[in-house]
Design a protein. Sequence first.
Lengths: 156, 406
Amino acid sequence: MDLKELYQDIILEHGKNPRNFGKCEKFTHKAKGYNPLCGDQVQVYLKLNKEKKVEDLTFEGSGCAISIASTSIMTELVKGKSIEVSKKIVIDFLEMIKNTSEMHSNHLDEDQKIKIMSLSGVKQYPMRVKCATLAWHTLTSAIDEKKEEVNTEVIE
Amino acid sequence: MDIDSIRSQFPIFSKKINGKPLIYLDSSNSSQKPLSVINTLDYFYKNEFSNIGRSIHSLAVNATNKFEETRISVKNFINANSKDEIIFTKNATESINLVASTFGQKNIKAGDEILITELEHHSNYVPWHYLRETKGAIIKFAPINDDGDIIIEKLKELVTSKTKIIAVTHLSNVTGTVVPIKEIVEIARKKNIPVLVDGCQSAPHLKIDVKDLDCDFYAISGHKVYGPTGVGILYAKKKWLEELPPYIGGGGMISEVKKNKITYAPLPEKYEAGTMPTAEVVAFNESIKFMQSIGFKNIIEHEKELTNYALEKLKKINSVSIVGNPKNKAGVISFTIKGIHPHDISTIVDEDGVAIRAGHHCCQILHEKLNLTATARASIGIYNTKEDIDTLCNAIENCRKVFNLK
């Protein structure tokens, strides 16, 4: 596989200039994720409104281009969605990255699907899948108000 | 030294990785194996296999003899006093656990201090942490400076009347620092404190002389010394092995077993319970012979030259920073590239057949100290060449290209 398929411009760009980076004001939920194999960590801050919709979603942390880009794109796609839909998008994303390479989701438009599919090349690099999925598991954990840290060696 | 003839002894170098020749720069993690080791494993299982030390049939006698021959080779390899000071374990990690557990059981009580350093691999920290949890021991860390050298003066200050043991690496698996063990032993001797040396990284690269070092314990992993996995060495001064309790209980390590009383086998069997990695220990003898056939003078010279060459070339690449600058550095080169995470570096250079490691290398304390979450690491073995370093550097340039770095 061509490295350019893994490191597409959109991934490099999000890796370099992540969107929604930092702690959002008045977040209602937060969760921490950790990959003990490499030491990467992410904190996800989630602000839900009264209708249980994601009003704001930001993150802090350190990681490789794949993990930062994946997290950055995730925050863009999930913002504005209800928590049920957000959780479905997470499941659809995990299905794409582990199995199908295609993003099948009734909750994203075509542009959003194309954007997230820039990460599908990760499937060819089994050791890197956890880089891409860490933040998504952490988002689910934040929504479910789980206390314990997400650990890539414990999930799945 | 004929590098082509050395390389030709390693079958793996005829393999292609991602269509490219393998450039193996991950020997600090584990080394590749020469054909003599691989063939001995194969031959032993096909022709000579039997469990050792129990049965009295011919196969068992021969297998036992072969097993014990390795013990004598190891004794000579590290210049121990007696073969009884050589205990076979699973790896250096188990060797350190053996000491931490048995020494801790006998000699550590609440408030006692264990002195380690900020350079240590998790395997020379976590076993001592168990004593912190179970016995209430205190672990102190001798600090390092920005170059990655242990500040010996500070270490000295951390030694108190409560210090029960000093455990220190001989060679850092991140910065490549060669630690002045003799200086540390000298400090310890004055206060009658035993010293454990984690020799996992040093054994393939430095001539080990435990008599000269005068350390009390020395731990080695066979798989890093061009040997099979599943073989570790614990060297310990005889008095410790006699004095400390056994570690794992079971067959082979007992003398007499009664319903109300058990006596233990003499050394070294006291510490070798259950069926040992027989074929692996027998094959490990070939690893030692392989290293002796090259000679440490040649090994050190070759690796020093390569290390200097690599450092010089890497420093010339824009945005590459080398981690640590110790006074005496072995062929372990950790680095970062501004703007590219080590994981991305590793994935990209792998495409060119270059195997390096990325992460915290089981040294989170050290990475925290250096304010890094992860580093990339190229580590050298006896089979590496300047061409390998050139390929690494070209692959790093390719990383910069993929990431559009100027």
